[in-house]
Design a protein around this ligand. Structure first.
Ligand code: LLP
Length: 383
């Protein structure tokens, strides 16, 4: 249904990111349809893809923005996101970034520590403002995803431990320029099983019971993002499993009267609409291995090198009846980890063929680098 337009690609110089804006539209429509009539609010995690065209489309759909830097706040404002729909997270917000949030009167700061709470209070006081904050809680839940993208266990740097939470909540309530509106959680990324989310709901239910008993109430609960996509089947599964995801919270989380539930989805919104398009520079044979060397590598898409992630690799130019051959598909960068796939079964490939590395819309273009003095990849859109 969402086809890659090879003829359009042949007239462009490679490598570049290609975005299917129709798929992005359909994804946004699906999310909005599933949350309609529920006290649910979705903020798009801008870190996943901050291309201005993508951001404008997401802002126009009515989603809010989840931000982790002043730079993201600026691009989100330029793309049309409203400050009252902006959440600002991150363990190391600088004074300058906090002030930018205060000056724009953003909806909420997701606060990760006591010193951060105190600094936001002082900076808000200096500006005669009150900052709305949510405390990020580290729920100590293992999302069973890659260790570099797990965030909710006690061993990592994010959030406030449950044992300290009640003290931090008390402190937040006592600070004159802080309005405590919620609790924030995020357990990791590329989560495809619903069990960790069900466990998160249970943990939150316990906390809400505890705080109810102390007469502490929250306007909103933010459960973060992390919903994964199918990297091996982007054509048959172009949508993330949004239904089971939202259903898990509907079934297991006991929201209080008037309480809103916030989500921060990044990958699930943008991963499948993007592909990295590259050309074959050389096909090379060593004693018992064949290599396809592309003009894109870890500098364009770092996920395989950094997380051993696998993206589906397709030869778009090969003849339909070409024999299948086993190749390692690699980039041109001077690093042994610059490999997109080992032992890939692909149709017989020649110099000049065009390749697509699929599901690259999230954490692709945003993580590109200029290592080896390679230029950043441009973006091309379906319309
Ligand atoms: N909220 C918070 C607090 C987060 O830390 C993240 C992602 C998200 C929301 C959005 O998560 P998503 O829905 O996209 O999974 N570069 C890695 C992923 C890093 C995720 C960082 N935090 C990758 O390429 O897999």
């Amino acid at each position: 249904m969402y086809q890659l337009p090879l003829s359009q690609f042949q007239s462009q110089s490679t490598p570049f990111y290609y975005y299917d804006l129709n798929l992005l539209d359909d994804t946004l429509r699906k999310v909005k349809q599933l949350i309609e009539g529920k006290p649910y609010v979705v903020h798009y995690a801008v870190k996943a893809n901050s291309n201005p065209v993508i951001l404008r489309q997401i802002a126009a759909s009515g989603l809010g923005a989840d931000l982790v830097s002043g730079g993201e706040m600026q691009v989100a404002l330029q793309a049309g996101f409203q400050p009252q729909h902006m959440m600002f997270a991150g363990v190391g917000k600088t004074d300058q970034e906090i002030n930018l949030g205060l000056d724009n009167d953003i909806a909420c700061f997701n606060v990760e520590s006591v010193p951060e709470l105190e600094v936001i209070n002082a900076l808000a006081a200096a500006r005669g403002r009150v900052a709305r904050v949510a405390i990020r809680v580290n729920p100590d839940i293992d999302a069973h995803t890659h260790s570099y993208i797990t965030t909710g266990t006690a061993a990592n740097k994010f959030g406030v431990g449950i044992e300290l939470l009640s003290q931090v909540v008390e402190l937040a309530q006592s600070l004159p320029c802080i309005e405590l509106i919620g609790l924030h959680f995020h357990i990791g990324s590329q989560i495809t099983l619903m069990e960790p989310y069900r466990m998160l709901c249970e943990r939150i239910n316990e906390l809400l019971d505890f705080f109810d008993s102390r007469n502490v109430h929250f306007k909103m609960i933010d459960v973060g993002g992390g919903l994964g996509v199918d990297y091996e089947h982007p054509d048959t599964c172009p949508m993330a499993p949004f239904e089971p995801f939202f259903d898990t919270f509907t079934q297991h989380l006991h929201l209080r009267e008037g309480q809103q539930l916030h989500f921060e989805l990044g990958r699930a919104i943008v991963a499948q609409c993007g592909s990295l398009i590259a050309s074959v520079v050389f096909v090379k044979e060593n004693r018992n291995k064949r290599f396809v060397i592309l003009d894109a590598g870890m500098t364009q898409l770092v996920r395989p090198a950094l997380y051993q992630a696998h993206h589906l690799i397709q030869n778009l130019s090969a003849d339909a009846d070409a024999p299948m051959v086993t190749y390692d598909v690699v980039g041109p960068v001077c690093e042994s980890s610059d490999v997109f796939g080992h032992d890939e079964e692909l149709p017989l490939t020649s110099r000049g063929h065009i390749f697509a590395i699929r599901s690259a819309g999230a954490y692709g273009e945003v993580m590109a680098s200029q290592y080896n003095m390679r230029p950043l990849p441009p973006a091309v859109f379906s319309r």
